[in-house]
Write a protein that binds this ligand. Structure first.
Ligand code: CP
Ligand code: NVA
Length: 326
């Protein structure tokens, strides 16, 4: 490791330590503006290094992580496994078929066992309460890889992508579609970093009221705002960023027919995108249901930043882990 590279990590680490860093990362609300910026700045430097065939941070001791997935994944799993490999750490992929959390063994006992072998637990779960239970009984950090409530690792990649494309100025960020887990984490992190958020959902699909109250409080402290609405055109008008996600999240498949009906009019298509700023970027956490919440034309178009966003899952997760465990 060159000394400039070492200094980059040391600077991010001291900013992180000074910012009351969390022991676990279950929600974006576990971060503040300082700790979030430390992750994003380190992730940007790590991206440059990795693209140059170097690694900015490698563990100097043996580090293994349990990667628990109760639901399918492409991006989250691959970004964790590749990231751990690049940092000289090891990940053990555990599906529900392997460990059957809460069925074969109590969640608290799994947390206690894993804590004796691994240095952190990453978990994608149906119920957010499962993560809270893992965190309560684990003696190692627990990181949320998606729950019904939040997707906080995704939000780090989202805001990194926005900063890369638009700089760190306050921006208007429009969310169109389901007020779901991804919406919650994106809104919280956008608020922490002082952006103006407009969230358009159909009636009955608004984001969680407690999370929005928290986001509004955070936005106010940072000079931003969070507004809920039902009109996608009003949300997108002059926006810098337009973000959507699937209408039927994992775990909601039985509601598919009724959701498809309720979300008509919320598609991110060329006509809607024309209402945003001409240089607006489009985000999607992926996987996308092409032709439902987003058209091919928009997802594959010049304004789409979805592939950068997917790449940035790697760099942000590596930065988070280097700061949490380094
Ligand atoms: N965005 C995201 O988390 O993708 P996966 O479900 O494929 O991990
Ligand atoms: N809201 C989606 C995100 C997938 C990454 C889901 O929970 O299925």
């Amino acid at each position: 490791m060159g000394s400039k590279i070492e200094r980059t990590y040391e600077q991010a680490k001291s900013a992180w330590e000074a910012a009351h860093p969390p022991r676990h990362y279950l929600s974006v609300a576990d971060l503040n503006a300082q700790s979030a910026r430390a992750v994003l700045q380190l992730a940007q430097a790590m991206k440059t290094a990795t693209r140059n065939g170097e690694e900015l941070y490698r563990f100097s001791r043996p580090v293994a992580l349990a990667l628990i997935f109760e639901k399918p994944s492409l991006r989250t799993r691959v970004a964790w496994e590749v990231g751990l490999y690049q940092m000289g750490a090891y990940g053990i992929y555990l599906t529900q078929a392997d460990i059957q959390m809460g069925k074969r063994e109590a969640v608290m006992d799994i947390a206690r066992n894993l804590s004796r072998w691994v240095q952190a637990i990453v978990a994608r779960v149906f119920l957010h309460s499962t993560l809270e239970e893992l965190a309560r009984f684990a003696s190692v950090p627990v990181i949320n890889a998606l729950s019904d409530r939040e997707h906080p690792c995704q939000a780090l990649a989202d805001l990194m992508t926005i900063h890369e494309r638009k700089g760190e100025q306050p921006l208007t960020l429009a969310w169109v579609g389901d007020g779901n887990n991804v919406c919650h984490s994106f809104t919280l992190l956008g608020a922490v970093l002082g952006h103006r958020l407009r969230i358009a959902t159909p009636e009955g699909y608004e984001p969680n009221a407690t999370i929005i109250a928290k986001a509004q409080q955070l936005a106010q402290q940072a000079g931003g705002s969070v507004e809920l609405m039902h009109d996608p055109v009003a949300a997108v008008a002059d926006a810098d960023v337009v973000y959507t996600d699937v209408w039927v999240s994992m775990g909601y498949e039985t509601e598919r027919e009724v959701r498809l009906r309720h979300f008509q009019g919320y598609q991110v298509n060329t006509a809607l995108l024309k209402c945003a700023k001409p240089d607006a970027i489009v985000l999607h956490c992926l996987p996308a249901r092409r032709g439902e919440e987003i058209t091919d034309e928009v997802l594959d178009g010049a304004q789409s930043a979805a592939w950068d966003q997917a790449e940035n899952r790697l760099h942000t997760q590596k930065a988070l882990l280097a700061l949490m465990l380094g």
